[in-house]
Design a protein around this ligand. Structure first.
Ligand code: SF4
Length: 275
């Protein structure tokens, strides 16, 4: 969707799906919903249908058109593993990530059981590639810890946790096999409070386990003012990135067309002209 992003831990966002439905307490003040609903009913706007779930096949091949390597947050405005997204669509998204391998992809879900099951089956071809990072959201113990279990059991190369918005102390975490942890507080109106000891407890476990730790924000109503300094320090840890050569633009565009043609042909539809 956007070749540049203001999210602190990524460079760009790519949204081949738009919209979602709430599934757990972390969704209460979903920023994607607030953003999308502002444009409901605006003719021709990408969010004309508000936050209703919809596939956006014209965006499927977008990373193949970006020649500069980026960290790409996949579906910042949705959840790729939502029940309403068909398996074959998710497979096509994964095919693009496999082909455009000069980027690093960050996939984050709250539907961890479906993600883990697909990674053991139809997505096996993409699971172990080190330029694709698979992550789950963890907001509290009740919902977050089972997701952590699903992720740990998924046969992938890079696993990460987005612990945001952190809503309570999580206690002792099993971080074996986890390659990255992001922590942040909720922001905006009605933001639920974040306690420092909840954050330091996670940071200390990451430091002990040698897991890169990224502190995104304290959050609150004025998140810029609250900043992201924790005990006098900025935490900007990332996993190591692999670097793959960028293929020539003509070849990338050929693949982009092939992927889109295949998608539309399977549905008996004509390939639309891109704007
Ligand atoms: S899963 Fe993510 S995108 Fe979907 S409603 Fe919850 S916070 Fe929003």
């Amino acid at each position: 969707m956007a070749e540049h992003s203001t999210i602190e831990w990524t460079d760009a966002t790519w949204n081949p799906v738009r919209g979602c439905t709430k599934i757990s307490p972390g969704c209460k003040h979903c920023y994607a919903e607030v953003f999308a609903e502002r444009f409901r009913g605006v003719p021709g706007h990408p969010y004309e249908q508000g936050f209703d779930l919809r596939l956006v096949p014209e965006k499927l091949a977008e990373p193949l058109r970006w020649q500069t390597p980026k960290m790409i947050f996949v579906n910042s405005m949705s959840d790729l593993f939502h029940d309403g997204v068909p398996d074959d669509y998710i497979e096509t998204v994964a095919t693009v990530m496999v082909k455009a391998n000069w980027h690093t992809y960050q996939i984050l879900t709250k539907r961890s059981a479906r993600m883990a099951s697909l990674l053991r089956g139809k997505l096996r071809f993409a699971a172990m590639l080190p330029h694709i990072w698979w992550g789950v959201s963890v907001e509290n113990k009740e919902y977050g810890l089972p997701r952590l279990r699903d992720l740990r059991e998924a046969p992938v190369s890079v696993r990460f946790l987005s612990i945001e918005p952190l809503l309570e102390g999580l206690g002792s975490l099993r971080l074996k096999g986890i390659n990255w942890v992001i922590v942040g507080g909720e922001s905006g109106h009605g933001a639920r409070p974040l306690k420092k000891e909840w954050v330091t407890e996670i940071r200390d476990q990451c430091l002990d386990a040698g897991v890169p730790f990224f502190f995104k924000q304290w959050g609150g109503i004025q998140k810029k003012r609250a900043g992201r300094i924790l005990e006098g320090k900025t935490y900007d840890g990332f996993p190591e990135r692999t670097s793959n050569p960028v293929i020539p633009a003509a070849a990338a565009l050929h693949w982009a067309r092939e992927i889109r043609e295949k998608y539309y042909a399977a549905r008996g539809e004509l390939l639309p002209v891109l704007a």
